[in-house]
Design a protein. Sequence first.
Length: 260
Amino acid sequence: MNSTLFTARTLTATLLTLLLAAPHAQARTLAQIRASGVLRVATPADVPPFSLVSAGNHFGFEVELLEALAADLGVKISFELARIDQLTSLLQEDRVDVAFSALGITSTRENKIDFTVPTACVGVSVVSLDPKLNLHTDLKGKTIGVIAGSIMTSYVQKLPFDKKVNVYPSNNDVVLAVFSKAVDATVAYSVAEGMVKKLYPKANVHFGPELWSVPIGMMLREDNDSTRLALNASLVKFQQGAGYAALSSKYFGKDLRCKG
């Protein structure tokens, strides 16, 4: 083989190895975020009433909550739409600073990413068009729709009985699957019942009793300590004032602060 060609190929392979082995660029610090004036945020914006988007306008409980926190930090928000299973990558690649989508705080997720302190604690229910499906045991032999990357996916897949699990890319796809009877049921946050019935009044959707409760929070990269600590401080201050109770009551009719 031509020695020049061999050297070029070796150099290319070495450079590729170094690039693949190199760590991601560090996350922006709070000082850098404040200097830019913009907090970059990713969300699917498809989980009512936590986060929705219409004609480019974002709204919902988590949206208003983060807007209050961002104002306390002295920055504005720039939103990017992304699927829930893309959020971790966007953070790790430093393309966004914060991600949210009613994200359950779990040890599995915390192996890859950091969370703020909980923004709320919410119950989980079986959701279907069949009022006979109330408990997780009622899902035996059924087809269940879940969102890729959600905590509901791993929960349903681990249920100790035969069932079929259909994984969809977004919450909207799961809703369509339930309403079209492509699946028998899904598993969702109980507090979404009011908004879902308001959005789809003719669907006769049924929410079963709460099966368990999960704390939710906003995700940041593991090395973004300065931003996480600042958001935590603002969140705790907001929760201790009247603003959090008013915001939670606006969307859920009750206070969702975690107890204890």
